[in-house]
Design a protein around this ligand. Structure first.
Ligand code: ACO
Length: 427
């Protein structure tokens, strides 16, 4: 293969260099395109557009491969822990025992919120969606830590520990607020996931003992959500961060992007869909037909992916994990049977086969969250807790790169051409 692409635009030819990644992916560097030809590229939804070079996550959607910093997701889900994976994503290497100990301690020590921040929670209406609270309170962290200097490693690390430590606290406070229970403070003697269950479900009058297998079940889910290269929320974090907005503000923007039902909000939407199928007598075929009907806006939630045109490797792990967690808890959730039936019906259907639509990470995750006692409107919050280290890793990589420029796409203008202004009394 040559190392250049040739493009002819209205008779003007430009040679564009090819950029080849470590897994042999090829990109055409079009930085010189506009200057040489006057033209720009147009790519709705950015399906063909690379926004950066990145050394964090590799995924091959055709083959169903996902690796963080070179390590297969299957190995990490089986052998690692969420905080170890977070370290790997953020700092590029697996930690030594001492680095791991320090990282755990620094995160645990930063898990308390400033007492005044409780007033922010008080101001939200009782039925506020926890994703709205999460995004707002994370942005508000930047008002409490205004003087941290993220251009230096130490300052950036402080912001990282604060975000990793406080996000579960913010999430659990949002939940406690919605049910009118007192906020439960974090315990630094517990591991990350056990502490999260403690903050969610303990009350001042009673502790909430957590079985290690249950804590581990959550840990695996968080690992599976920890990064997914340039998805909508990560690209948002990068775009906001490219203006040199601080880490808290950038992560808050990522939380907003994640909220939508086509992205992280799908896990809540999947459960709502499975419940609707159950309430309607369990007729999965009706829902498959509705998803295929071009006159209906309904989509099979938890199905399809922009990048995976094969089984989402995370969905494979989550499906097996869901069966394990339910049997561990001795639960027989009718929704899992509906999910299995729906998956089977869709995978046999020509519409889904032709379009290469497979279950994605969200198809089974909601069933596990439900079994763990997490309320439905908190599912996307759980996704955000999992995705946080990925967002941080991308913000850091971009912020420290000498190729970083403010993100500023172009457009093709389709509005009016020049017009005469008519004063209001003459209109
Ligand atoms: N149900 C029915 N049809 C679907 C579905 C679905 N879930 N997903 C895609 N299609 C169809 C589209 O209608 C389209 O059909 P057409 O070619 O006849 O017009 C074709 O498949 C291609 O779909 P696009 O919308 O072009 O695919 P895109 O890459 O833009 O969207 C997305 C990907 C948003 C994930 C989509 O598959 C979807 O809406 N899925 C349901 C929501 C969901 O599960 N989101 C979670 C994604 S994973 C994550 O963010 C963690």
């Amino acid at each position: 293969m040559t190392d250049k692409a040739k493009l002819d635009v209205g008779g003007k030819t430009v040679e564009l260099p090819l950029v080849v990644g470590s897994e042999k992916e090829v990109g055409i560097d079009i930085s010189a395109l506009r200057q040489a030809t006057g033209a720009i590229t147009l790519d709705y939804g950015y399906g063909n557009t690379g926004s950066c070079e990145s050394a964090i996550t590799f995924l091959d959607g055709e083959e169903g491969i996902l690796r963080y910093r070179g390590y297969p997701i299957e190995d990490l889900a089986e052998k690692s822990s969420f905080l170890e994976v977070s370290y790997l994503l953020i700092y590029g290497e697996l930690p030594t025992p001492q680095q791991m100990k320090d990282f755990n301690r620094n995160i645990a020590r930063h898990s308390l919120l400033h007492e005044d921040m409780k007033n922010i929670f008080q101001a939200f209406p009782p039925d506020a969606h926890p994703m709205a609270i999460l995004g707002s309170v994370v942005c508000a962290l930047s008002t409490y830590y205004q003087h941290g200097d993220e251009t230096h490693e130490e300052g950036l690390n402080q912001s990282i520990y604060r975000l990793m430590g406080k996000l579960p606290t913010i999430a659990s406070f949002a939940y406690k607020k919605s049910i009118g229970q007192p906020y439960i403070y974090p315990r630094t003697d517990l591991d990350y996931c056990t502490n999260f269950f403690h903050q969610m479900f303990a009350v001042p009058t009673e502790p909430y003992p957590v079985h290690p297998d249950i804590a581990r079940a959550l840990d695996v889910l968080l690992i599976l959500h920890a990064d997914h290269e340039q998805n909508c929320s990560t690209s948002t974090v990068r775009l906001v961060g490219s203006s040199q907005a601080n880490l808290f503000a950038s992560i808050s923007a990522g939380i907003s992007a994640l909220w939508g039902p086509l992205h992280g909000g799908a896990n809540q939407a999947v459960l709502e869909m499975l419940e609707a199928i159950k309430a309607g007598g369990g007729d999965v075929k009706k829902y498959v037909a509705m998803a295929k009907d071009k006159n209906s806006s309904f989509r099979l939630m938890g199905f399809g992916h922009r990048v995976y045109k094969n089984f989402d490797p995370r969905a494979k792990i989550i499906k097996a994990h869901a069966d394990r967690v339910l049997s561990l808890l001795g639960m027989d959730d009718p929704l899992i049977h509906i999910a299995h039936e729906l998956e089977e019906a869709a995978l046999k259907d020509d519409y889904f086969i032709q379009r290469k639509l497979y279950p994605n990470v969200d198809f089974y995750s909601g069933i596990i969250y439900r079994a763990l006692g997490i309320p439905q409107n908190m599912f996307t919050v759980m996704f955000a807790i999992g995705r946080l280290p990925g967002w941080i890793a991308h913000w850091k990589e971009m912020n420290r790169s000498d190729k970083n420029r403010i993100g500023r796409p172009r457009q093709i203008y389709t509005g009016s051409t020049k017009r005469e202004y008519n004063p209001i009394h003459k209109r």
